[in-house]
Design a protein around this ligand. Structure first.
Ligand code: IDP
Ligand code: MG
Length: 139
């Protein structure tokens, strides 16, 4: 089964939206196979967002994602990565399709409620930053 890393970002955590977001993804037929609450440190944030290290928003993004507790989760299922990307909607909530998580819960392009892996390769890398294999239990 394909896996994807999902992060519930600080803006969503602060508004108590973690359960609602998890429930939406479970509602897509995906299985929650790992789950933890943590506060990312800057080193983990820099690794997770390394692909964006040359973007003007990188430092702000690292500061933001490490500013408060988040939920990290792994979802598994057929086409999990694409299913989650569709359920999240576009990066900018203002441009996200109605009914998507970011359209409904995102505040702006940075504070957009949720992260989801964008390919099998990045999913593998991202999951490994947050979970040991023995913490991921299929059922
Ligand atoms: P994605 O999360 O939809 O995959 P990416 O382009 O990979 O979008 O960007 C990663 C994250 O960086 C976004 O989710 C958002 O939080 C933040 N971000 C992206 N573009 C901007 C921007 O122009 N300004 C501020 N933050 C941004
Ligand atoms: Mg991305």
């Amino acid at each position: 089964m394909e896996r994807s890393l999902v992060l519930i970002k600080p803006d969503a955590m602060q508004r108590g939206l973690d359960s609602a977001i998890i429930a939406r993804l479970e509602g897509e037929g995906l299985k929650l196979v790992a789950f933890k609450r943590l506060q990312m440190d800057k080193a983990l944030a820099q690794k997770h967002y390394a692909i964006h290290k040359d973007k003007p928003f990188f430092q702000g993004l690292v500061d933001y994602i490490s500013s408060a507790p988040i939920v990290a989760a792994v979802f598994a299922g057929e086409n999990a990565i694409a299913v989650i990307r569709k359920a999240m909607g576009a990066t900018d909530p203002a441009k996200a399709e109605a009914g998507t998580i970011r359209a409904d819960f995102g505040l702006n392009i940075e504070h957009n409620a949720v992260h989801g892996s964008d390919s099998v390769e990045t999913a593998g890398k991202e999951i490994g930053l947050f979970f040991n294999e023995d913490e991921i239990g299929d059922y």
